[in-house]
Design a protein around this ligand. Structure first.
Ligand SMILES: Cc1cc2nc3c(=O)[nH]c(=O)nc-3n(C[C@H](O)[C@H](O)[C@H](O)COP(=O)(O)OP(=O)(O)OC[C@H]3O[C@@H](n4cnc5c(N)ncnc54)[C@H](O)[C@@H]3O)c2cc1C
Length: 396
């Protein structure tokens, strides 16, 4: 790390002191890339840092600083900090499906394969749910097209209940009967060990010289000279301030705090998640099941992690937390420390779990959380079956 950068970042200044700005001096050479601050060390912030040090900032990682509320990002309540996440190309939008296909190719490389399980994703909906069923059919059409084949494999239609039951890899497993469903399985999709993969990304960017540090950003600093409003750095809640040539806001569902102008577009929605701990014997029974993702109710459930943890959740109706920051109203940002699920969410999870794996529905849950992610109201397409379900329900 350049000594000037490390010394300045190691010695936080109080923004009220006359020596507060600039903390980081301007670039000494026009050929040098500028200094970058990334707010947020979640999936997007750390991936941005990784991409920069592989490209334009190769050999200049020390010009990049990732600031996060946690000194070991992602923070425990970040969306990216999770046992697992679905990695699926099962969208009915071709562009999204192709992007996801590229991601799956990357996940399958030796570098990332240890964090990726290509379990397949079973995508289904009750035929009576018009929008959900249409989504399944459209996503199948996209994902069964020969251009989407990875390793020669494509989405497989499952036209009967027995065909659906056949994908669970264990005839003795107690599952739903799956009558009146439209369904397919995509063997290319799967899931990732989310937190562990993020820890690896964090390690890689640190090795490349990127400074990853704890520090809660309060606001962006602006220079409004010449009628042009430029972001010049960030101010932290503890009074420190850091200057940079470029500031990347990657604060996930907290981003509206810094960008109140587009707060309505960055609506944080709390999604209900719960977990069950399996015994080693139970984990072996469920070891070869795919991710199950329902397009009618938004329910999804994972195979067990290597530690026997089964995560299940509902993607759809969310809970919001309207607040204000520095005098600006914010339609919703995460309610921190809120792990108790609303009753309505508990009921929906229970019903969906019993309708998928009746035996698992008898087990106790060991952890629940509202996991916050941004929903972009203006990006919802008419083909998104969950569009109408996003509830603007204030969190109690
Ligand atoms: C319940 C749930 C399930 C999901 N399932 C899937 C899935 O299966 N597959 C999938 O692909 N995607 C899934 N997603 C979406 C995915 O998790 C998110 O798109 C992704 O993790 C967002 O990453 P991020 O970096 O934008 O935000 P986050 O991971 O939330 O990270 C934001 C970071 O910013 C930091 N931060 C916030 N405010 C400040 C501040 N003031 N100063 C400094 N740092 C700050 C936070 O501490 C945090 O570490 C899911 C999301 C949720 C909520």
């Amino acid at each position: 790390m350049h000594s000037w950068l490390s010394s300045h970042l190691n010695q936080p200044t109080n923004s009220n002191s006359p020596t507060a700005h600039p903390v980081i001096p301007p670039s000494s050479s026009p050929a040098m890339p500028g200094k970058v601050i990334i707010i947020g060390g979640g999936c997007f912030g750390l991936s941005t840092a990784l991409e920069l040090v592989k490209g334009e900032y190769k050999g200049h990682g020390n010009l990049i600083t990732v600031l996060d509320r946690s000194s070991t990002p992602p923070a425990a309540d970040a969306a990216s900090s999770d046992y697992n996440k679905i990695v699926r190309q099962d969208y009915c939008d071709e562009t999204w499906a192709k992007l996801a296909s590229e991601a799956i190719r990357e996940w399958s490389t030796p570098e990332w394969a240890p964090y990726f399980a290509q379990s397949g994703v079973l995508v289904l909906s009750q035929t009576s749910h018009a929008v959900g069923a249409a989504y399944v059919r459209n996503a199948y059409n996209v994902n069964s097209h020969p251009s989407m084949a990875l390793d020669g494999r494509l989405a497989v239609n499952l036209p009967t209940p027995s065909a659906i039951k056949g994908v669970f890899g264990n005839d003795a497993l107690s599952t739903a009967e799956f009558t009146n469903e439209v369904a397919y399985i995509n063997p290319q999709s799967g899931w990732a060990l989310a937190r562990r993969a993020m820890d690896m990304v964090c390690e890689q960017v640190r090795k490349a010289g990127v400074r990853v540090m704890g520090g809660e950003v309060d606001s962006l600093m602006y220079d409004s000279k010449g009628g042009k409003k430029d972001v010049t750095g960030v101010r932290l809640v503890d009074g420190r301030s850091f200057s940079a040539d470029k500031v990347v806001v990657a604060a996930g569902s907290w981003s509206a705090k810094f960008l109140p102008e587009i707060g309505k577009e960055l609506l944080a929605s709390g999604q209900a998640v719960a977990h069950i701990q399996l015994t080693p014997e139970e984990a072996a029974e469920y070891a070869h099941v795919p991710v199950v993702f329902r397009m009618d109710t938004g329910f999804y459930i994972f195979p067990p992690t290597p530690d026997g943890i089964v995560k299940f959740a509902i993607h759809g109706p969310g809970w919001i937390n309207p607040t204000s920051h520095n005098g600006h109203p914010i339609p919703s940002i995460p309610k921190e420390g809120h792990y108790r699920l609303p009753q309505e969410a508990i009921q929906a999870l229970k019903i969906n779990l019993a309708n998928t794996y009746p035996e698992l529905a008898k087990k106790e849950w060991f952890e629940t959380r509202l996991c916050w992610c941004v929903v972009l109201p203006s990006l919802f397409t008419p083909r998104n079956p969950l569009k109408k379900q996003v509830l603007r329900v204030p969190l109690e």
